[in-house]
Design a protein around this ligand. Structure first.
Ligand code: PLP
Ligand code: COI
Length: 340
């Protein structure tokens, strides 16, 4: 039986569910892994994750489809990205097939927490891995824990799909040749001060510029960014220091193959964004959230789509992507992983 949760009122917050998946790495090998009920982690005071932030994570969602199945969206790409993150942080790789198997197991075990179709909520799935044994010299841990927690969530940004106001950040997110392209906790730790400050100043998120030249748009703290030009082309920044968003990569396919729009991945200068018609943030948590305005040190860049509702192309992208995820629109081969 579904849990007694007011699905429609959920924000993006943690709620403990009944089970989590845990696997430990020791002596060069992962154990079988198991579903456990304890939401707490007990580790050594000197664990690699606590001292040197040796941790990476993923984010994906489970959806209830129109015909009552439970599915998730392109988990193979999350498994691949977690492998890339682990390698960059000198962590062992959790095998991709086992990653997908564990996602399925933990979602099924928490089936009663998967929000019903049409509720506006989804089950957020958070795989993560961290160095668990003691290290005091700066070096990788030798023992790790891979864990997946799930939690039902609503919209990431308060107010649902109300267009957002962003600011150009004076802080940089990721160095050239640094770690911006992986999903390491370190990239989020550094963003905390910037996001608290942005919120204090009345902005929803920070837009980061490329740290090398501070000329080009990179992404925000928790989502990639895309723009629609006045002639309906969907464009998104090309950069080695942004996270390769699975949502963004999927939306580019949706734009081209489903909506027949031209798409382009290229460097986008801060100087040119005033010419664009629409802007949106895309990610698993953000889905595609419309941006009404970007403020660059007092100069307001207002998108013609306005502050009231999504622009027309953003709306079509949103409807098509969520239609695919919820089973209303046929998906490209391999995009939907049926759990039940
Ligand atoms: N960029 C950052 C910094 C993120 O944290 C996320 C969220 O996962 C994304 C982009 C979007 O990635 P995805 O669409 O794979 O969730
Ligand atoms: C996600 O969209 O899955 C993320 O990890 C973004 C995070 C800021 C919640």
């Amino acid at each position: 039986m579904k849990k007694d949760i007011n699905w429609g009122e959920l924000g993006f917050a943690y709620m403990p569910t009944d089970y989590r998946f845990v696997s430990n790495y020791k002596d060069g090998a992962w154990d079988e892994g198991a579903l456990i009920t304890d939401p707490n982690v007990v580790i050594n005071e000197c664990a690699g994750v606590l001292q040197y932030a040796q941790t990476c994570f993923e984010g994906l969602k489970a959806y209830t489809t129109e015909d009552g199945h439970i599915v998730c969206f392109r988990p193979d790409l999350n498994a691949q990205r977690m492998e890339d993150s682990a390698k960059r942080l000198e962590m062992p790789v959790y095998p991709q097939d086992k990653f997908i198997e564990a996602v399925k197991k933990v979602v099924l075990a928490n089936e009663d927490f998967v929000p019903p179709y049409g509720s506006g909520a989804t089950l957020y799935i958070r795989p993560y891995m961290y160095g668990s044994n003691a290290v005091i010299g700066v070096k990788p841990a030798t023992e790790y824990q891979f864990r997946i927690l799930v939690t039902p969530v609503g919209p990431y940004f308060k107010g649902g799909v109300r267009p957002l106001t962003l600011r150009i950040s004076d802080f940089d997110r990721a160095a050239p040749r640094g770690t911006g392209h992986i999903k390491g906790g370190l990239n989020y730790a550094m963003s905390l001060h910037a996001i608290v400050d942005a919120h204090n100043q009345g902005y929803d998120e920070n837009v980061y510029l490329d740290a090398g030249s501070r000329t080009y748009i990179e992404e925000t703290g928790g989502a990639n960014i895309l723009f629609v030009t006045k002639d309906n082309k969907v464009i998104t920044p090309k950069s080695d220091s942004i996270l390769p968003s699975i949502t963004r990569r999927s939306l580019m396919v949706v734009a081209k193959e489903y909506l027949g729009l031209e798409t382009e991945e290229r460097k986008i200068a801060l100087d040119e964004i005033g010419d664009f018609a629409e802007c949106g943030l895309c990610g698993t948590a953000a889905v595609i959230s419309p941006v009404g305005k970007i403020v660059d040190h007092g100069k307001e860049i207002c998108f013609p789509a306005g502050m009231e509702k999504m622009g027309p192309v953003t709306q079509k992208l949103y409807d098509t992507l969520t239609g695919i995820q919820m089973g209303r629109i046929p998906a490209p081969e391999g995009w939907i992983c049926t759990i039940k």
